[in-house]
Ligand binder design. Structure first.
Ligand code: ADP
Length: 450
């Protein structure tokens, strides 16, 4: 086992990793920008190294600075968290070239899944159900129009290098195709340096269901059920739950096994998430994230496992500590994302937190790096915490969420907390009757956000 690891991230996820390391008796090293000198991850780690100015390209994304921080402190492995360098195959290569261990999958797996066309092709061959669409890239507008007719409108044009909801455009008819095709290509080019696009059937009322997988890199892999992350604003998740209210035990076992078998086939190592759209009882693969996800705590809650500990364990060469038959669901968990944003337009609301009180009690977990008097810097994303609750069943989890939100105090800045108070009053949320468009409709109707 490692004796010291470096956490190449900030905020709540850096804390999450530091906590797991401490419980395992592993020393942790935080890295930080000059804007984060007072950040909680710096205070909580055993050591810290300043790696650059506020701009993340010159700090949290600076590969030479992170490698140098490992060399100075003697850290043997790097946990990337999510975002930043977590899905950068080039980074993994550099880490390994320096004799260090990347706590995550191989560069090869990251590369395959980072390119959506290759990912879809790979998954299709592994027997994972995919959204009907083009076979590979679509080079010309004529071909796109021909495929549009063949697949049937509406279709979605997606940049193969896309992510974070960028580089995706829906075409509702052939008249709409030119605009959608050119815009998706242009967004792919300008955001990801790659204008290759492909086409898929656009599903009109799906749910976003993702399967948590975990592999040991030696041909063994398990699944840890699904999360329903359909409540999204601009393709960004805001509320996640497990198990999914619309998924039966049989469906879970079936799609879960398909995913676990696929991961075993490719010798996948560590945590991963296979994302699907789910409509009329069918699953359609959309992409795989080769990292820990923001919403991993809901899965940890219902399965009673520590995914970060497990990631560190398999990265060190130790075996996975659970088999499929050990993994049983217990209760229901919900996570809400607390962003420093002002409603109704979700404008970032950085600034000083004058008062903070975290909720507690049975079944409540608060993953956050804020504290009384902390100033949220304006340079990074607006996620400042995650409130995760668990109950014996969904109604109890919902009641607990309402109770915990009522205890939470974050003064001095605006947050998304009022959104969740309002959502809890909605019948569809209480019954779990929502799809990927539900929240955007609701925001438009109730807040005029659109
Ligand atoms: P990104 O990598 O940008 O997150 P994804 O491929 O994961 O892109 O898709 C993000 C979201 O876009 C999905 O959760 C869903 O809301 C929507 N989406 C993607 N593909 C389709 C599709 N074929 N039909 C309908 N909606 C889609």
């Amino acid at each position: 086992m490692f004796s010291k690891i470096l956490v190449a991230n900030r905020g709540e996820i850096a804390l999450r990793v530091i906590r797991a390391a401490r419980e395992m008796g592993i020393q942790s090293v935080a890295v930080h920008s000059t804007a984060d000198s007072d950040a909680m991850h710096v205070r909580m780690a055993d050591e810290s190294v300043c790696i650059g100015p506020p701009s993340s390209t010159q700090s949290y994304l600076s590969i030479p600075s992170i490698i140098a921080a490992c060399e100075i402190t003697g850290a043997e492995a790097i946990h990337p968290g999510y975002g930043f360098l977590s899905e950068n195959a080039g980074f993994v290569q550099v880490v390994e070239d320096h004799g260090l261990t990347f706590i995550g999958p191989t560069a090869e797996h990251i590369r395959i899944m980072g390119d959506k066309i290759t990912a879809k092709e790979t998954m299709r061959k592994l027997g994972v159900p995919c959204v009907p669409g083009s076979e590979g890239g679509v080079a010309s507008l004529e071909e796109a129009k021909r495929l549009g007719e063949e697949i049937g409108y509406p279709v979605i044009i997606k940049a193969t290098a896309g992510g974070g909801g960028k580089g995706m455009k829906v075409a509702t008819s052939v008249a709409d195709m030119e605009r959608a095709f050119q815009t998706a290509r242009a967004e792919g080019k300008s955001n990801f340096g790659n204008d290759e696009v492909y086409i898929e059937k656009y599903l009109t009322t799906p749910r976003h269901i993702e399967i948590q997988v975990f592999g040991d890199g030696k041909g063994r892999a398990v699944h840890l059920g699904e999360r329903d992350c359909s409540l999204q604003r601009r393709h960004q998740k805001v509320f996640e739950e497990a198990p999914g209210p619309a998924i039966s035990e049989e469906e879970r076992a079936r799609i879960g096994k398909t995913c676990a078998d696929a991961m075993a086939d490719i010798n996948y190592i560590g945590a991963g998430t296979i994302e699907f759209l789910y409509e009329n009882g069918e699953f359609y693969f959309i992409e795989m994230n080769t990292r820990l996800q923001v919403e991993h705590p809901v899965t940890e809650g219902i399965f009673g496992v520590d995914l970060v500990r497990e990631q560190i364990q398999v990265a060190s060469g130790m075996p996975m500590s659970f088999r499929q038959e050990d993994l049983k669901i217990n209760g229901h968990a919900i996570e809400v994302r607390l962003n420093a944003e002002k409603l109704p337009n979700f404008r970032p609301s950085p600034g000083r937190i004058s008062q903070y009180h975290a909720p507690g009690g049975l079944g409540v977990r608060m993953d956050s790096a804020i504290y009384d008097g902390y100033s949220i810097p304006p340079y990074y994303d607006s996620l400042i915490g995650k409130l995760i609750v668990q109950g014996r069943d969904r109604p109890e989890a919902l009641a607990r969420l309402g109770r915990a939100l009522g205890e939470l105090i974050i003064d001095g800045i605006d947050t998304t907390v009022p959104l969740f108070h309002a959502l809890l009053r909605e019948k569809d949320i209480q019954t779990g009757d929502y799809n990927i468009h539900w929240l955007e409709h609701w925001l438009e109707t109730n807040l005029g956000d659109g």
